[in-house]
Every structure is written in C-alpha cells, then in structure tokens.
Ligand binder design. Structure first.
Ligand SMILES: [Zn+2]
Length: 263
C-alpha cells in the first residue's frame, strides 16, 4: 500500500526515526505512569504509525515489554496493557521477604567496604531522584537497590532470582502505588543500610522484611481518570516528553545498547 508507506516515511522524518530503545522508553514510561488503562490493546500497526517506525521494530519492543511483564502478549490476539491483581502481589512479596531476608542476613557479616560504598552512592542517587520528583527514575532506582544487594552476595543464582522478582514487582508498584508513598522507600532503604553498617544480622533482616511488608501494605488500586485520554494522545505526550529530555534529533545509533528496566 503506497499511501501507507508514504505516510510511514513522512512520519519517520517527523519523528527522527526512533530506534528500538527510544520506542521502548516512551512506551514503558507511559505504562509505568499508569496512563494506559488495563486491557488497552497495543496494536502493532497503530504504534508503528504513532512512532513512525516499522511494525517489526514495534513487535520487538512489545516482545521486550512482555518479557518485563509491563504488558501481556497473547498469541493471535496481540498485546494489551495489564492490571496485576493483589493476589499476585501477595505471592511476590512473600517470596521477596524470604529471599531478601536471607540476603541481608548474609551481607550483615559479609559486606566489604567497596560494597558499602556502592550502596551509599546508590541511596544518594535515589534520594536525588525523589527530591527532583522523577517518579520513573525513583521506581527504577528503588528496584535497583534490591538487585545490588543480591549482586553483592556474589552468587549468580540469587542474582537471577532477584532480577525475576524485581521485574514482577516494578509493574505492581507502578500500577498500584500512589505517587506520594514512593517517597517512603528511601528512608526504609536507609534503615536497611544502617543495619548492614552496624553488622547486625537480626536488625538487617528485620529492616528488610519490614520494608517489604510496608511496600506491600501501601499497594492500593490507582484511581483512574473517569474518561481516560485516547491512546494516541497519551503516546504523543510521552513522545514529546522523551524528546525534551533526549534532544529533538535522536537518531538510531547502532553502538547504543538498550537500557534495561530491571536488569
Ligand atoms: Zn525497596
């Protein structure tokens, strides 16, 4: 279809031919900000038009978002925004309390100076993102705090388990948690850090399990706008925001590695 192809080319010129990482960043942001209601169909053709990229590029991004559990991809039906349920949240947080209680209990006696410095720098970055009101970065950094702890055990099996659990949690937090309570996490992470600095196994386990329980109890279904704005409007807004942060002429750069959300 010539008209369609011409339109795609025009779009590509207008949008500056976004690469895969850029399309992923815009979509992930809109999803994590809760701007796309659960059940919304994310059609390949529609997204290709909005972003001015090929359907193949869109398909790759949708596959990645599905892997990150930000959307669900159903065979022969397509991709949809999802709404995780509270039952899933309970299972995830119970698993995290068991695993992460063990991780910080271990680190209370095994953490070295380099590990302690790494955690201190990370918490400072979290606090800076929170002070700047950057919810997207705050969620990413608060998730990373937990994967760093797993990393500091030096055990690849634990690292892999945590990455899986954190990826599941990110969507839960973004979907359920009201904006204001993200702020509490920094103080709770500091409490874990203090307990580790004090080399107290019992205090570290208690600080971590308390933190995870508090996050779980803060989960509340988000109050959605009565009439959500049309998807194209949401995505064009998200794209405009991305452009103001990444420059108007972001061109594909094959050397650039896509930045992972929770890896
Ligand atoms: Zn946390």
């Amino acid at each position: 279809m010539r008209g369609e192809a011409d339109r795609a080319v025009a779009m590509e010129a207008e949008t500056g031919a976004l690469d895969e990482a850029a399309v992923h960043a815009v979509l992930a942001r809109a999803l994590l900000d809760g701007r796309i209601p659960a059940g919304t169909k994310l059609g390949e053709h529609f997204l290709a038009e909005i972003f001015g990229v090929s359907r193949e590029r869109v398909r790759k991004v949708l596959h990645r978002l599905g892997h990150e559990r930000l959307i669900t991809v159903e065979k022969n039906r397509g991709a949809f925004a999802i709404a995780p349920d509270l039952e899933e949240a309970r299972t995830v947080y119970e698993a995290r309390r068991i695993l992460e209680g063990g991780i910080v209990g271990h680190l209370a006696t095994a953490l070295d100076d380099a590990g302690e410095a790494r955690l201190a720098a990370h918490i400072a970055a979290e606090e800076a993102a929170m002070a700047a009101g950057d919810r997207f970065t705050s969620i990413r950094l608060s998730a990373e705090f937990h994967t760093i702890l797993a990393d500091l055990t030096g055990n690849p099996l634990i690292r892999r388990q945590m990455q899986e659990l954190v990826a599941r949690t990110m969507m839960l937090v973004a979907f359920f948690e009201p904006d204001t309570s993200v702020a509490c996490q920094c103080a709770e992470h500091r409490a874990v850090f203090r307990a580790l600095g004090g080399r107290s196994r019992a205090q570290a386990v208690r600080a971590m399990t308390t933190h995870l329980s508090l996050v779980e109890t803060r989960l509340r279904p988000r109050v959605c706008e009565a009439v959500p704005p049309p998807l194209d409007e949401v995505l064009r807004d998200a794209l405009a925001l991305w452009r103001t942060r990444n420059g108007p002429a972001a061109r594909p750069d094959p050397a650039r590695r896509p930045s992972g959300l929770a890896s």
